[in-house]
Design a binder for this molecule. Structure first.
Ligand code: RIB
Length: 291
């Protein structure tokens, strides 16, 4: 089974600050690093490091060829990463003294997918393969419709949440992977149990993975509900922790592992990711996760 991930590639400009800058404030950062990131490619690399067969599809500018090297290094197929004359997407990330972050994204090349390219790529995949999608590229509603027509199993990480998601036919989604903020934005409910109940009422055939930051994660489908606590660690940077969880979770599903074990593996992988700086550089290998 193959995974096609149509998703973003961002150059992450990461600033270390005592606190997240406020409106009207000017703040000096302690240091600045550039890392490879973007929710899409982070999740592809997590999938590959977990052992899955993953194809990344997305757009970069001529300043983004470094992503092709990363795909090669980590075992992600990059045949469907296309170069355009728009700049590669980027993110401005502040990390504060508590390892919390805030992220501002510029879509750039990520917003340049064409319907023809999407059609061509989806056509290369077969019924039963997985399509993974986040909300950092254009035309996600179209991608969902095309993938569904083709019989792909669709996993959606509705992040970042915005009005573009309203156009997506969510009844076509088999697996939702989201955090409590996105859960509230989609359902209007605050409590994790309420978020899950609401999602399952609307999409009874779906599998839900709800991550809750320091409170762990919950998995639910119409028959099962499982909780997973976090592994306690000293966090330095939480960027890509959710992406790591998503990649490992899907890799476990593909392997047919019991969900309890998948949750534990995913939680362990993201607990390692938060102890390291950067997005892609923080994602652990499977050998580091299994112990
Ligand atoms: O999920 C973390 C990612 O969000 C960062 O790497 C940044 O690029 C944004 O896409």
């Amino acid at each position: 089974m193959k995974v096609l991930n149509i998703g973003s590639l961002n150059l992450d400009y990461v600033y270390s600050v005592p606190h997240i800058v406020g409106a009207g404030e000017t703040l000096a950062s302690r240091d600045m690093n550039v890392y490879l990131g973007g929710k899409g490619i982070n999740q592809s690399i997590a999938l590959a490091k977990a052992g899955a067969n993953v194809y990344h599809c997305g757009m970069i500018g001529d300043d983004g060829t470094v992503f092709l090297d990363a795909c090669k290094e980590f075992g992600v197929n990059s045949d469907y990463i296309k170069q355009t004359d728009t700049k590669t997407g980027h993110a401005i990330i502040q990390i504060d003294d508590n390892a919390q972050n805030c992220i501002l994204i510029y879509g750039g090349a990520n917003q340049q997918l064409t319907k023809e390219f999407i059609d061509d790529v989806i056509d290369k995949f077969d019924k039963g393969d997985i399509l993974l999608l986040q909300n950092e590229v254009n035309d996600i509603a179209y991608i969902v419709d095309k993938a569904y027509e083709k019989g792909l199993t669709i996993a959606l990480n509705p992040s970042p949440y915005n009005e573009k998601l309203d156009a997506v036919d969510m009844s076509k989604i088999s697996i939702f992977l989201l955090n409590e903020v996105e859960g509230e934005q989609i359902t209007g409910k605050k409590e994790p149990d309420e978020i899950i109940k609401s999602l399952l009422e609307h999409f009874p055939g779906a599998r839900i993975v709800l991550t809750l930051g320091g409170d762990g994660a919950v998995y639910a489908d119409k028959d099962t509900k499982l909780t997973q606590p976090v592994f306690k660690v000293d966090a330095v940077d939480t960027t890509a922790a959710g992406d790591t969880f998503t990649g490992y979770f899907l890799a476990g599903i593909i392997e047919g592992m019991p969900v309890e074990n998948i949750l534990r593996m995913s939680a362990k992988a993201s607990s390692i990711a938060v102890t390291r700086k950067g997005a892609i550089p923080s994602i652990p290998y499977r050998s580091e996760v299994e112990y």
